[in-house]
Design a protein around this ligand. Structure first.
Ligand SMILES: Nc1ncnc2c1ncn2[C@@H]1O[C@H](COP(=O)(O)OP(=O)(O)O)[C@@H](O)[C@H]1O
Ligand SMILES: [Mg+2]
Length: 320
């Protein structure tokens, strides 16, 4: 007997604005068109650590080194710790380890994550928030799950760099309705609980983290600005060809008070370029004068930036 085609319910083509929060509603024909047309987005970047990322190349405060070493020890000795102490009976997710690196910009948090990946012989799966956070209702939660799944399949460390935009209690999840914000938050916490691996989160503003995330973090490691002797080492590290450098690192270390490792890297690179303008490369030199000029430049830019930030805060305070 010939089969009758099922009568299809006519769905009118409602013209919704493409960025409407409800655009992902299953009744919306645009959703199906979008899903069919668009490939699944790349939700993260896989970063393979290299020899230059080795932890030994980081100039860190002794307590930060100790904290990193004990986190690594806990990961590397996991099997022995489990065998001797039966850890899973007291902490069911003992395979999962969340490390939080916090502190001012340029203090080596991202580099330390790469260093840990290098030491553990695993790649880093760096979550791309612009791809994970979607304006389409339901997609953010779906993307969070998919990002965890990718990290799992790749055997990677899950890396939330500068994580405030996804992990703070006022996280911008892209969706306006509070139910979906809660749903995204719950999905993230559930995925963290299911993840049986290493997660590293970094932030400059750790006080904004969601308390539910805080409870799950094993180790908080505070990256502070370098002291004078560390700044001295940072100059030596970032000006590798000592024969072509005529500078007093002790003086530079004093002059660069308040600068981060990232600032010192930038100013050393600029000094190298400034000292490499002679047509004859044999004459290229980095001098004390060039370096002092670059230190003054970075300090001026930082002072102007913090002055501008202060003015902006005062303007906002005045308006509200
Ligand atoms: N403590 C440090 N030791 C060695 N190099 C550093 C250190 N801090 C910063 N740097 C240099 O500055 C660059 C930027 O640092 P980064 O790890 O991105 O800082 P953060 O993530 O804390 O903002 C690094 O790639 C490294 O070259
Ligand atoms: Mg960083």
């Amino acid at each position: 007997m010939p089969t009758q085609p099922m009568p299809t319910r006519h769905t009118p083509e409602i013209e919704l604005p493409p960025d409407a929060a409800t655009v992902d509603d299953h009744r919306n024909p645009r959703r199906h068109r979008r899903e069919a047309e668009e490939p699944a987005p790349e939700l993260g970047l896989l970063v393979q650590p290299e020899a230059r990322h080795c932890l030994d190349k980081l100039i860190l405060h002794p307590e930060v080194k100790t904290d990193i070493q004990s986190a690594l020890r806990a990961l590397e000795k996991r099997a022995d710790l489990e065998r001797i102490w039966d850890l899973s009976s007291i902490q069911p997710m003992q395979g999962r380890c969340i490390l939080n690196f916090y502190g001012p910009p340029g203090t080596g948090k991202t580099r330390a994550a790469l260093g840990i990946a290098h030491r553990l012989g695993k790649p880093l799966y760096q979550v791309d928030y612009s791809a994970v956070i979607s304006k389409y209702l339901g997609d953010t939660a779906k993307h969070i799950k998919a990002a965890f799944q990718s990290a799992r399949e790749l055997g990677a460390i899950l890396f939330f760099d500068e994580a405030d935009s996804l992990l703070s209690r006022r996280a911008a999840t892209g969706e306006s309705c509070s139910t979906s914000i809660n749903q995204n938050r719950n999905t993230l916490m559930q995925e963290l609980d299911r993840f049986d691996g290493v997660v590293i989160v970094t932030t400059n503003l750790f006080e904004n983290y969601d308390p539910a995330l805080l409870r799950r973090i094993q180790s908080h490691i505070h990256f502070r600005l370098p002291n004078a002797s560390m700044r001295r080492e940072l100059f030596a590290l970032h000006l590798p060809n000592a024969e072509r450098v005529t500078a007093d690192f002790a003086v530079l270390a004093e002059l660069s008070r308040g600068l981060s490792g990232g600032d010192i890297l930038t100013l050393c690179l600029n000094a190298i370029h400034a000292g490499s303008t002679d047509p004859d490369p044999a004459q290229w030199r980095v001098t004390q004068e060039i370096l002092e000029k670059q230190i003054a430049k970075v300090k001026k830019a930082k002072a102007e930036h913090s002055g501008e930030k202060g003015r902006r805060k005062r303007r906002i305070g005045f308006c509200s």
